[in-house]
Design a protein around this ligand. Sequence first.
Ligand SMILES: Cc1cc2nc3c(=O)[nH]c(=O)nc-3n(C[C@H](O)[C@H](O)[C@H](O)COP(=O)(O)OP(=O)(O)OC[C@H]3O[C@@H](n4cnc5c(N)ncnc54)[C@H](O)[C@@H]3O)c2cc1C
Length: 415
Amino acid sequence: MVLDRSLIRYARSGVRHRGRFSPRRNREITREECMDFRLSPEQERLRQAVRDFLAAECSPHYANELDAKAEWPIDLYRKIAQRGWVGYAYPREYGGDGGGIVDLTIVQEELAYVSFSLGMGWAQSAIFGGGAILFYGDDDQKGRFLPKLSSGETIFCFALTEPNAGSDAGSMQTTAVDQGDHFLLNGSKIFISGANIADYAVTFARTDKSLPKHKGLTAFIVDLRAPGVTVRPLRKMGTWPIHSCEIFFKNLQVPKENTLGGLNKGWTNLLRSLDLERIIGCGAQCVGASRRVVDDAITYAKELHYGGQPLIKQQSVAHALVDMEAEVEALRIQVYRAAWMLENNIPCSREASIAKVASSEAIARLSNMGMQILGPYGYFSDWDEERQYRDSRMVSIGGGSSQIQRNIIAGSIGL
Ligand SMILES: Cc1cc2nc3c(=O)[nH]c(=O)nc-3n(C[C@H](O)[C@H](O)[C@H](O)COP(=O)(O)OP(=O)(O)OC[C@H]3O[C@@H](n4cnc5c(N)ncnc54)[C@H](O)[C@@H]3O)c2cc1C
């Protein structure tokens, strides 16, 4: 999936993205491999296996049922973990399968096809939590946390945003004070997805106020069941099964061995995992969910009748569905290309931001269109469109808003 010469130059220049999952893919890209959009036979098998598993486990109405219960999908998540798809990209010595970023994209696309919230819960723990430990954890931390993450025994969340620091995360006010054998954390986080169910959070705090704001931050693994932690779910528009929460730290003791990625290196480490989050946590999720929106709209447009004919026989409806299908195809190419670049250590922050802004805004448009095609049925909660519309609205806000992605892209083209 190489589309221009500059990418080949990057690949050959030895510039390496250090935040990669799979050691076996650290190799040069040859000219013969360019513009090959096929997945490998193993990847096709992976997709089919995830698809078959979900078809056997989930009714066609699974997403609406989960939404009505508004419960984190813990049982299904653990089964997914047992199949190896939580730790799929972790190294084998930590209970994983040594897979790559494109493999994760495939898994996430299939999960989000079945349920947007299922994909969100999986990403919260496997990608945001596990990815941080894999990218900047030491061997002891990988050994302590990744096998249990991989088996589904332990759930993680990722707690970065604060009431006054999200887009400008460097302004965070939570502090961690060195007390000899531990740090004392005080402060709060907000909008943290799945914190109510998570055992641990990867979080960030200010460890040195004398340094410039981006330099005095440190990442920590914190036990959310420890004394000094309070978690409070917030009400929100969609993705009800994955509660987004406030977390309060009051004199929370964090052992020194849970300092993640080195003292005052929090910001540098955070930047290393952002591309992965944008591509898998948002892009792949939106591709899967968008595919589902289009498939559902086609199904219902065949079932519903207008003037004695199926709705889909109206040319205006058919054209709208064709436009939706074309948009999903374009998204898939953007997201898989960015995933492929990350997997092959090609710098791709620009492509990751483009994938995020394009996919998050497309899913909102597509779910709106799906609802419009079905008319009143789309508005009522027994149908999927109402939930898809509510769920999809978050992705252009969470994980770095569209405005912030556009700022990044603008910078990359010299604006
Ligand atoms: C459903 C949901 C789940 C979330 N889950 C998590 C989670 O699990 N973990 C976590 O850490 N966070 C999570 N977040 C938080 C999310 O990442 C932040 O809300 C987001 O990054 C925006 O930051 P903020 O809240 O500080 O808003 P602000 O930064 O205050 O933004 C307010 C508005 O100003 C705009 N804006 C800000 N700066 C600029 C700028 N420089 N140029 C142009 N416009 C700008 C923003 O785009 C936005 O429209 C979640 C959010 C949502 C909605």
